[in-house]
Design a protein around this ligand. Structure first.
Ligand code: NAD
Length: 414
């Protein structure tokens, strides 16, 4: 996964500034809400498999906890730095607020490329990092989760490290395996949420979903589940891509078979003897919904004029740059923003935490019903705000989110 710093931080910052102006927030309050509550930088010394001592740098940024404990993932990537983590932490504050789940925003990471390390080294690094950030972590303080290059196994090590000292505490992290208190429905949640939001947008813009054509960039966790659920809703998936290239069929791709192919081969390449086209070409094909679900800045000033869809649904974080968004607004192509579209993951993370605190397990269908309701409510708030003020969906989403955080902040501190 490539570095997403510039696109996501630019888009977040400019949406934040426009939204606070439209809300009429006083400058001091707007500044206070933008400044992170706490930033921790830690050294992560560890022993390599060859016996040598090495050392990495890790971060945990706690942006705002006015509405609940800090919440956000921990990523392992050689591009991780304090600016990236700070920007992503603030995005989590707005995302959790928008979904109206009782959390604030946080993010963390370690600057290294895990593909250069053995699994035993990654375990030692993970445990050392979690011990280093332990003073600011807690089930009611700050609850980490997986992010780029971290997964259920890493969460298990985090939970174990914390539980060794504090007693069995599954609620300390989310995104755990089912065996350790993970939630049913978590794996599919972000793709399912993306499909739900696409379906709601189809209603608002009066597009018949069963006659609609969809293109999805990225066929990993988010893109593949989005394709599965949109296919079940009756959409025609006409194009998908991954890092190896794209396949396109204007009559619709057989999604069920493609999912099986992906499961076996871990790529869409080689599916049903489709010729691969380039990702750049796929993005410019005519469709109703274009869903970038791979990486930041996929739609930028270089390709925005060639985009030929009715609606863009941002499943990845920051896939449309600020300049491209302005140009799409002029062309009346709506963008359904990332903080709404891909919030299904953190919403089911919240459900996992609730189940852990209650020491009670919900069925998959209970989780999915609750997710549906949260996504639809959030969509409605954003669309109503957009409609009332005639503003882009991204600005509307930030206005809804910032308004809730600022009200809580004022009640607690004002
Ligand atoms: P993933 O690693 O499972 O999948 C990424 C997919 O993108 C893969 O199919 C990969 O081949 C493809 N890809 C990479 N480079 C590409 C390129 N240049 N062109 C086309 N495809 C390319 O990741 P994911 O979990 O599906 O996440 C996708 C995006 O969604 C990321 O931006 C992530 O931050 C965001 N997101 C994910 C979640 C989640 O719960 N997984 C939650 C919120 C946001």
């Amino acid at each position: 996964m490539k570095n997403q710093t510039s696109s996501s931080s630019d888009a977040t910052l400019s949406a934040y500034e426009v939204a606070v102006n439209k809300l009429g927030l006083k400058k001091n309050l707007a500044n206070a809400l933008n400044i992170p509550d706490r930033e921790l930088t830690v050294e992560v010394p560890f022993r390599k498999d060859n016996g040598e001592i090495d050392s990495l740098i890790g971060y945990r940024v706690q942006h705002n906890n006015s509405r609940g404990p800090f919440k956000g993932g921990i990523r392992y990537h050689h591009h991780v730095d304090i600016n990236e983590v700070r920007s992503l932490a603030s995005l989590m504050t707005w995302k959790t607020s928008l979904l109206d789940i009782p959390y604030g925003g946080g993010k963390g990471g370690i600057c290294f490329d895990p593909s250069n390390y053995s699994i035993t080294e990654i375990e030692r690094i993970s445990r050392k990092f979690f011990r280093a950030i332990d003073p600011i972590i807690g089930s009611n303080k700050d609850i980490p989760a997986p992010d780029v290059n971290t997964n259920a196994q890493v969460m298990s090590w985090f939970m174990d490290e914390y539980s060794e000292i504090n007693g069995y505490t599954p609620s300390i992290v989310t995104g755990k395996p089912l065996e350790l208190g993970g939630s049913e429905g978590r794996e599919a949640a972000t793709g399912r949420g993306t499909a739900i939001i696409t379906r709601e947008a189809a209603k608002s813009w009066e597009i018949d979903l069963t006659k609609s054509k969809v293109i999805i960039q990225g066929f990993g966790n988010v893109g593949s589940y989005a394709a599965k659920f949109l296919n079940e809703y009756g959409c025609k998936i006409i194009g998908v891509s991954d890092i190896n290239g794209a396949i396109f069929d204007n009559d619709g791709i057989d999604v069920e078979s493609l999912l099986l192919h992906q499961e076996h081969h871990k790529t869409i390449k080689g599916f049903n003897s489709y010729e691969l086209i380039s990702n750049d070409e796929l993005l410019t094909k005519k469709c109703d919904f274009l869903i970038p679900a791979a990486l930041g800045s996929a739609i930028n000033s270089g390709n925005v004029d060639k985009i030929n869809c009715k609606i863009i649904v941002e499943a990845a974080n920051g896939p449309v740059t600020g300049n491209a968004a302005t140009s799409l607004w002029r062309r009346k192509i709506p963008i359904i923003p990332d903080i709404l579209t891909n919030a299904g993951g953190v919403t089911v993370s919240y459900f996992e935490w609730v189940q852990n605190l209650q020491q009670f397990k919900w069925t998959e269908s209970e989780v999915n019903i609750k997710l549906e309701s949260k996504m639809v409510d959030a969509y409605k708030c954003v669309y109503d705000m957009k409609f009332e003020k005639n503003i882009p969906m991204r600005i509307a989403a930030f206005m809804v989110a910032i308004d809730r955080v600022s009200n809580a902040f004022k009640l607690r501190f004002g």
